[in-house]
Design a protein around this ligand. Sequence first.
Ligand code: XLS
Ligand code: NI
Ligand code: NI
Length: 437
Amino acid sequence: MKAAFPEIETIRFEGPESKNPLAFRHYHADEKVGGKTMRDHLRFSVVYWHTFRNPLADPFGPGTAVRPWEDGTDSVENAQNRARVAFEFMQKLGNPYYAFHDRDVAPEGANLAESNRNLDAVVKVLKEEQQRTGIKLLWGTANLFSNRRYMHGAATSPNCEAFAFAAAQVKKALDVTKELGGQGYTFWGGREGYQNLWNTNMKRELEHLAKFLHMAVDYAKEIGFTGQFYIEPKPKEPTKHQYDADAAACCNFLREYGLIDHLKLNLETNHATLAGHTMHHEMEVAGSSGVLGSIDANTGDMLLGWDTDQFPTDIYLTTQCMYSLLKYGGFKTGGVNFDAKVRRESFEPVDLFHAHIGGMDAFAHGLKIAHAMMADGKLEGLLKERYASWDSGLGKEIESGKQSFKSLEKIMLEKGDAAPNRSGRQEMIENLINTYL
Ligand code: XLS
Ligand code: NI
Ligand code: NI
């Protein structure tokens, strides 16, 4: 095969002083941070859909991407060749993981059987390339939102045969994910939501979604797929309201339908901001509920209200992500998955490298800062102090269930008022954070 990126060498770590745009300044895979390599902390993953399939169109114009390896057809051969290109890219970049939807890697056929055959033909190449390079599958997923059969949703469609087709598609995607040794499987609720409540039976749709996820869990057990399932919160787009709106809504749904032990969350930065939250908030909600699984790393634009999926470069953001991640014990099966695309104006193949290098460096930098903050312990100390009233005496008694409304009333009637508050020191803490940056 002709090299797709002949002019690009393997991307190397050159240190913070390097002026080489095709080098890492912070990501040094083998370097240990707190006893663990950066590679193992961050578990970087490249997404197939944006990096190898996105033509860079927008609602006002067609795609601009120049991808010399594409032959312009939707053939299986082209898809197989693209798979080899993808691995050449990833090998040069040095990310240990990737992720894909079934329809990203292989063309959809005229019917389910043909689609499955197409997928098998490309999976064969993916498997060879995984073995050749050592790059692993972080998670697989099925595209249950592009085909017109899913216009009303997949698991939440009013058309039970759309549900059935989606089930068959996920079954195959699980087989393939297992075949490739995938460490997880993600459900992002593509069109699982509503555009209009007048024509929607919300309760029934939610029950169907739960049923669908239970079937997936059962099938995984049946075939011995032990990877982690994830659900990926997003509040809107393409539907007006998606049922998996944010981390808290997902936790509620999973608990209500007996799925909380089977799925963790895959949090995406731009989805958090679309939901009116920060990523930091979503990480804390998931982390404190024990369901922080993986992250789709990207960022939105403050002035654009949609899922722009930009590559993350903001060190403050990556520091928040990595601080929460370290606090909750780091990734087990998940990783930093770049669900991000280059801008329409950045149409050349080399831009794919610049984008990923920037994202990886931003996260590696964030990791180093977060680790330093943690090792220093000042922030943790301040937090401990802030809640100190709960560590002994009355606070401890309340926490351990030894007090009631009645007993507390008695105490407060005697005291007359609560002890004075202490300053929250927000500005001091914000200044402290800046000292690590
Ligand atoms: C879309 C989602 C999607 C999922 C995978 O907004 O982020 O890309 O990550 O289906
Ligand atoms: Ni995503
Ligand atoms: Ni997204």
